[in-house]
Design a protein around this ligand. Structure first.
Ligand SMILES: [Zn+2]
Length: 164
């Protein structure tokens, strides 16, 4: 049995009953959260989020890739969100690799050098600042007055705001 089968079983036994009482895809708090895919981060718990309140966008690092910008653009222009939280974290996998070495590794294994940036970083605070700048400077994202960045400590759950 694969772990996917395991999860399908958990679904049958589980507690998800859909969202019959939430009549709209518009997040009720008007917030989008961009964060890392790191399995240690329980995004709903970090902010006490409730069902239907926010868009949660995750990728490796929680960085403003083109696809993150795409989703934020749709989130604001079609689903009425107005505020953005960027949350990266301590001990991120992206701080443990470098752009060139990882691209080399992928190229050696596949024969194809990735055309996309790995977005690796040394300093998580600086990576948050970079992400904030990309969001604020995006011509596609209309509401940037309330875009705030944070570093989440995976050991203590403390969140520290990053000033732009
Ligand atoms: Zn991470």
């Amino acid at each position: 049995m694969s772990n996917i089968d395991l999860l399908l079983k958990r679904h049958v036994d589980g507690v998800d009953h859909g969202a019959p009482t939430i009549r709209t895809p518009v997040p009720s708090l008007g917030i989008a959260v961009l964060t890392c895919m790191d399995a240690r981060i329980k995004v709903f718990d970090v902010f006490g989020l409730r069902h239907g309140e926010a868009h949660i966008l995750r990728n490796a690092g929680g960085v403003a890739t083109d696809d993150a910008i795409r989703s934020l653009t749709i989130s604001q222009r079609k689903l009425q969100t107005r505020e953005i939280i960027v949350m990266q974290h301590t001990q991120c996998g992206l701080s443990m690799i470098t752009e060139d070495s990882f691209k080399d590794e992928v190229e050696q294994a596949t024969g194809i050098r990735p055309p996309w940036a790995i977005e690796s970083f040394r300093d998580v605070t600086e990576s948050v600042r970079q992400t904030l700048r990309r969001i604020r400077q995006s011509p596609f994202i209309p509401y940037t007055d309330n875009v705030r960045g944070f570093v989440y400590d995976v050991n203590t759950a403390a969140i520290t705001e990053v000033e732009a």
